[in-house]
Write a protein that binds this ligand. Structure first.
Ligand SMILES: NC(=O)c1ccc[n+]([C@@H]2O[C@H](COP(=O)([O-])OP(=O)(O)OC[C@H]3O[C@@H](n4cnc5c(N)ncnc54)[C@H](OP(=O)(O)O)[C@@H]3O)[C@@H](O)[C@H]2O)c1
Length: 261
């Protein structure tokens, strides 16, 4: 799909991958609806012509108003980019249930609600793209990020089920699984503080701009899945080829994190 002329709703547009997607898609000629909780940070990302609608995506009435106002302003939504999300750094036995529920509300139920509000309209027009930002953690359960992984596995399942439900309608669904991307994400995780070995993996990390450009290429090619960078593709391949070794490695990693906690 050509990005030029498309109306794109980006959640979590106030920082990191969402903000970089806003720049990349605008540069490619899209019109943007930007949302996030922080009006100040959204104002820094927005340019004239963008529609900025600040609010909390965990609030169902806000989600309804968001879609209504976007459609009132632009007449339609061509691309829904479900990007907003946060992580929870704690082992499953010590993950506070209220925090797990809040994370699932943002990482899974908010995207599902926005999909239910936009997909029927896309289907009626016979075109549209839904992009769900999952994670490598949505394909491989990471130690101390197991509940975050669970939310991202669920988002992958939602994406894949939705793609088959919508096949033949002209509406396409893309699952994005980034590896490490240098953003404010580690500082925003709840539960505990991620150690430097997890939060600052300089060798394998990419920038939010590199991630956004891979996402834009995925949209243009109507890819089913975007896994970026290449090291993340290799990690997933190794995990598939060597499941026992991977599990032993992750268990060792878990014990190291336990000692550091
Ligand atoms: N960074 C990585 O290494 C990495 C890797 C794989 C996947 N991801 C995924 O990529 C997505 C973007 O993460 P990021 O790295 O760009 O992190 P980030 O810089 O922390 O951005 C998170 C975004 O989500 C928004 N947000 C958080 N809570 C919200 C809420 N309740 N309502 C509305 N918006 C909310 C934040 O905006 P406000 O604070 O203004 O609300 C912010 O714009 C997430 O889904 C994350 O799981 C990240």
């Amino acid at each position: 799909m050509k990005i030029s002329g498309q109306i794109v709703l980006i959640t979590g547009a106030s920082s990191g991958i969402g903000a970089a997607c806003a720049s990349e898609l605008r540069r490619n000629g899209a019109s943007l609806v930007l949302t996030g909780r922080s009006p100040g940070r959204l104002a820094q990302v927005a340019k004239p012509g963008d529609l900025v609608l600040p609010g909390d995506l965990c609030d169902a009435p806000f989600r309804e108003a968001l879609v209504q106002q976007a459609i009132l302003h632009f007449g339609r939504i061509d691309i829904l980019l479900n990007n907003a999300g946060f992580g929870l750094y704690a082992p499953p036995t010590r993950s506070p249930l209220d925090e797990v529920r809040a994370m699932f509300e943002l990482n899974l139920f908010a995207p599902l609600d926005l999909i239910q509000r936009t997909a029927p309209l896309m289907k009626a027009r016979g075109s549209g793209i839904i992009v769900n930002i999952s994670s490598v953690a949505g394909r491989l359960t990471l130690p101390w990020l197991s509940m975050y992984s669970a939310s991202k596995f669920a988002l992958c399942a939602l994406s894949e089920g939705l793609r088959s439900e919508l096949s033949g309608t002209g509406v396409h669904v893309i699952t994005v699984c980034p590896g490490y991307v240098r953003t404010a994400f580690p500082g925003n995780v709840r539960g505990g503080t991620m150690p430097a070995s997890l939060s600052n993996p300089s060798r394998f990390a990419i920038t939010a701009e590199e991630c956004a450009s891979a996402i834009a290429r995925g949209i243009e090619k109507r890819a089913n899945t975007v896994v970026t960078p290449a090291s993340a593709r290799l990690l997933l391949l190794a995990a598939r080829l060597f499941p026992w070794q991977t599990e032993r490695f992750l268990a060792r990693f878990h014990r190291q994190l336990e000692q550091q906690a």
